[in-house]
Design a protein around this ligand. Structure first.
Ligand SMILES: C[S@@+](CC[C@H](N)C(=O)[O-])C[C@H]1O[C@@H](n2cnc3c(N)ncnc32)[C@H](O)[C@@H]1O
Length: 196
């Protein structure tokens, strides 16, 4: 959904594609995929670059770094890509270099922290587990204020559908390309939600 961004991603030609848990060096290589929620957030930012003006951006659960790269390309002041997976940190650095943007990388678990140094939080496809989603939304509710921008991208996962949160407003819906539909078990669209 964002041809403006180049990413190193897994393909059927990669050993990792067919490897099993015993013969691959990585656990859960989430950073090797461009998740539909992340694609939606990145598309939304690239189409609305004015949202990134004056923003110090934190991309939580950055994975490949795509949303962080989109924020930087859209004119954010600075961007921190945050992921607790140390291998993701390497993927983010490689992808940032591929797109010629500077991105800080943070491997700390920031969920629950105050995060005052950022005035924008991005989350691409982070609501895949009910317990973690509840924790995440509680944190974001405490973090939000009128001058902070919080955007969350999601293809319609159950964990978010189960939560009625009147702080969340849908700001965009995108049809997923065929490849993303195939990789994501029948999801056909992805939405961007904004915390108000
Ligand atoms: C489904 S992937 C989404 C990646 C990327 N945002 C995208 O949309 O392509 C979720 C990512 O969140 C990371 N993650 C999980 N829990 C986290 C936490 N508490 N803080 C930061 N990252 C986390 C995982 O390591 C993984 O890279």
């Amino acid at each position: 959904m964002t041809p403006e961004i180049k990413l190193h991603l897994i393909t059927p030609l990669c050993e990792l594609w067919t490897g099993n848990a015993d013969n691959i060096p990585f656990q859960d290589p989430f950073w090797a995929f461009y998740w539909p929620g992340g694609q939606a957030v990145a598309r939304y930012i690239l189409d609305n670059p004015q949202l990134m003006q004056g923003r110090r951006v934190l991309d939580v659960g950055s994975g490949s770094g795509a949303c962080a790269i989109a924020a930087m390309k859209s004119g954010a002041l600075n961007v921190t890509a945050n992921d607790i997976d140390p291998v993701a940190a390497t993927a983010i650095k490689m992808n940032a270099a591929l797109n010629a943007v500077n991105i800080d990388v943070c491997k700390k678990n920031l969920v629950g922290e105050s995060c005052d140094k950022w005035n924008c939080i991005l989350l691409g496809d982070m609501v895949y587990d009910a317990e973690f989603t509840a924790q995440l939304l509680k944190w974001l509710r405490a973090f939000r204020c009128q001058r902070r921008l919080i955007l969350l991208g999601d293809p319609g996962r159950q964990a978010l559908r189960d939560i009625e949160d009147n702080c969340l407003t849908k700001v965009a819906t995108y049809c997923l390309p065929k490849s993303a539909c195939l990789e994501n078990r029948g999801f056909t669209q992805a939405c961007v939600w904004r915390f108000m």
